[in-house]
Design a protein around this ligand. Structure first.
Ligand code: SAM
Length: 193
């Protein structure tokens, strides 16, 4: 079964977990993985792998496949990507539990397509704390939110929570359905995790 069909099937079965019927568009994937253009040896932690819209590109570009780790909570999607990308490592668990699986491992690029606006405040904080903890010094955390989620209360709170923890720059990607804002986050100078 194709990745998009696999994704659609999972999204119909678990709409509150997946949040959308469409995979992330190539233009957005491009922005999320932009640090790999200058360093294809960097380590990558992906949160919310889905059927592999981001993973596929990372797999094509990354030179050291053992430097990739992906978290996906949905068992069907986890099984699918495990079969597709055999030399990548995946964990079937919530992104809240990164430390349980990686101890003190740090990553140059953490990329998330998690449905932030569906999480409660407490869960968002927990995941963002985990991300801060596992981000390599000078590393990038990249994520995005679609326009309709950005205007919700949790979308606005998410933006605030990002800015409390990181230096944030953002950019619209209009070739995404719906259009999306990609956030590029870096650790604040002097903030040590
Ligand atoms: C919007 S989809 C993105 C899927 C894919 N990465 C893409 O870009 O098309 C969000 C994904 O995050 C997963 N997810 C939701 N909550 C999660 C959590 N707490 N931890 C890990 N994955 C989660 C969902 O199962 C779904 O596959």
């Amino acid at each position: 079964m194709s990745a998009s069909l696999q994704f659609l099937k999972a999204a119909i079965k678990e709409p509150l977990q997946i949040s959308t019927l469409f995979q992330t568009a190539p233009a957005t994937v491009n922005r999320l993985l932009s640090p790999l253009k200058t360093d294809n040896h960097c380590s990558v932690l992906e949160l919310g792998v889905g059927a592999g819209a981001v993973t596929k590109r990372a797999h094509k570009v990354m030179k050291s496949k053992d430097k990739y780790l992906g978290f996906e909570i949905n068992t069907d999607l986890f099984n699918y990507v495990t079969g597709e990308y055999k030399d990548f490592q995946f964990v079937c668990a919530s992104a809240e539990s990164i430390s349980d699986y990686t101890k003190n491992r740090k990553f140059d690029l953490i990329v998330s397509t998690l449905p932030w606006s569906l999480f409660d405040d407490y869960m968002r904080k927990n995941i963002l704390n985990e991300i801060s903890k596992h981000l390599e010094k000078g590393g990038y955390f990249k994520t995005y939110m679609v326009c309709n989620a950005l205007i919700t209360r949790s979308g606005k709170l998410f933006r605030q929570q990002l800015e409390e923890r990181f230096e944030v720059t953002s950019r619209w990607v209009f070739l995404n359905a719906p259009p999306a804002k990609v956030f590029e986050c870096r650790a604040k100078v002097g903030k040590i995790h």
